[in-house]
Write a protein that binds this ligand. Sequence first.
Ligand code: IMP
Ligand code: MG
Length: 184
Amino acid sequence: MHAHKKSDHKILISAATLQKRISALAKQINADYADLSEPLVCIGVLKGSIFFLVDLLKQVTVPLVIDFLQTSSYRSGSEPGEVRIRKDIDVAIRGRHVLLIEDIVDTGFTLKTILELFRFRGAASVKLCAMLDKAEAREIEVPVDYRGFEIDDIFVIGYGLDFDERYRELPYIGVYADSAGTNS
Ligand code: IMP
Ligand code: MG
């Protein structure tokens, strides 16, 4: 199906492996939030988290609402990244339990900024669920409560993740050829 695209990347995590792990994460979330008295506020970070969020939340059985936010980050030289909110959430989170859903935690600046914003707004709790964790690349500490997979510090694509807006639709996680050190 994706044969025409595969020449420029290699599969790192197969679709089946992803789905198996997502089921396990959903089970964990269902158990942890079993006693919630009001809906869990699930917030996806656009655009990378959408495939993960959809597959995950189809298997979450606690009452929930879904919203999205979008950020952009700017880096100049060695200065820490300045993360901006491009699209904010619409729901109020004061006093509510929030589950933030992200594609990948890299340096940690994006998540750190969002987590601080949500705490500032008075969320009862904020937990982070990330499909991928590049722990090696972390520059600022962010606690990942639910983690799909830990991966090396390499550039990955697919299952929501893009390279110049391409490859998001791949049902698996791939390594871009340049990053994999191969041109085959
Ligand atoms: P952080 O603020 O450095 O943690 O950046 C996280 C964001 O960078 C993610 O939400 C992705 O959008 C993007 N990102 C980081 N690593 C990769 C990658 O390997 N492939 C595609 N996007 C990535
Ligand atoms: Mg992202």
